[in-house]
Design a protein around this ligand. Sequence first.
Ligand SMILES: C[S@@+](CC[C@H](N)C(=O)[O-])C[C@H]1O[C@@H](n2cnc3c(N)ncnc32)[C@H](O)[C@@H]1O
Length: 241
Amino acid sequence: MTERTHKTIEQAEQEGKYIRKVRSFVKREGRLTNAQARALELHWDTMGLDHNKKVINPSVVFNNENPVVLEIGFGMGKSLVEMAKNAPELNFIGIEVHKPGVGACIALAQEEGIKNLRVYEHDAIEILADCIPDASITTVQLFFPDPWHKKKHHKRRIVSPEFVETIRQKLKIGGVFHMATDWENYAECMLEDMQASAGYKNLSENNDYVPRPDSRPLTKFENRGQRLGHGVWDLQFQRID
Ligand SMILES: C[S@@+](CC[C@H](N)C(=O)[O-])C[C@H]1O[C@@H](n2cnc3c(N)ncnc32)[C@H](O)[C@@H]1O
């Protein structure tokens, strides 16, 4: 029976009638706190970007020509807001699917008076495909993506050969893709995918990982990892082609 269903899906895929979407997240409908709901209500108009399948022009969004940093999966946004605060000469775009996280990020940004940050509440894969212009981003940040520990779930990991190629296209030549993880096996897979991908140069002296850059604030997940005694691996690759 399972065999039959499987064959049917495969056949339908071949005929282009069925596309199996494996996502890197499971939508948790966690409740919004009052502060998060209020932040979304009051400030979405100025800080929020809608998917609506339209390509944005960052110069118009931010009303300046400053370099753009794109962060995927910013969680509650604490480190993203801190980075935006520390670098007013840069523009920041955050993408996160978890609504309470987006609300928390906007609330914190408002508290801190941040003007150089915009956020999407949507799947980053679709935002990259539909909204971010090619060769427009100076830095892409992916900090502590869900590791999907079990082997049978590895297909859900956001980092894949296709993903790193999409990121390369979105970066300007000379732009940097910065990843960090506290899961060694994921770090090794990231390194493998990046090394196999043409058009990138590893910024590591040993051709593997880079020391933790001072510009990356400690995130919630890194803090947790440290408490659990995990190591942390940072990877930085530059687009050269
Ligand atoms: C393990 S958490 C890390 C959060 C944060 N970067 C940190 O270090 O504290 C991973 C985050 O990525 C988000 N995420 C996973 N897949 C995503 C996707 N395709 N698009 C946007 N966000 C995603 C999840 O909702 C979650 O908040």
